[in-house]
Ligand binder design. Structure first.
Ligand SMILES: [Cu+2]
Length: 132
């Protein structure tokens, strides 16, 4: 019969505790540099252009125009008499009415297609706008 006697070694480890008192002087007085909020929001200017069409000598100038969906066209009357701007085209039906020299009225083209623009006063005035 073998009596294996377990030997228990109790090791007391005395860990000297060094009381370290550290005084931390928070000198964090660094002021965050004031950054001016100069970040301008990104403007989708490429997709929202404004094209000016002149009405001069009883004609639209230009007489044909290619724009992108979302663009707007400003019709400026450069003649010393009234013009009228309208369209019955399905792509963009509008009627800006009649207005005198120096006045500009704007139309936004939010759908692709073809638009025939006319003047009710001068029936020879025609402008074709292709909205891509
Ligand atoms: Cu006209």
């Amino acid at each position: 019969m073998n009596y294996s006697k377990p030997y228990h070694f109790f090791v007391y480890r005395l860990i000297p505790v060094a009381m370290l008192t550290s005084f931390i002087f928070a000198c964090g007085e660094s002021e965050a540099p004031k950054q001016g909020a100069e970040t301008t929001p990104p403007t989708d200017s490429a997709a929202m252009r404004e094209i000016v069409v002149s009405q001069k000598d009883k004609q639209f100038a230009p007489t044909e125009l290619k724009i992108k969906t979302g663009d707007s066209v400003s019709f400026r009357n450069d003649d010393p008499f009234f013009h009228n701007v309208f369209s019955f085209s399905e792509t963009r039906v509008f009627d800006l009415g009649s207005y005198p020299q120096g006045e500009t009225r704007k139309v936004v083209f939010d759908k692709p297609g073809e638009v025939e623009v006319e003047c009710a006063i001068h029936e020879n005035m025609k402008l074709k706008i292709i909205v891509e």
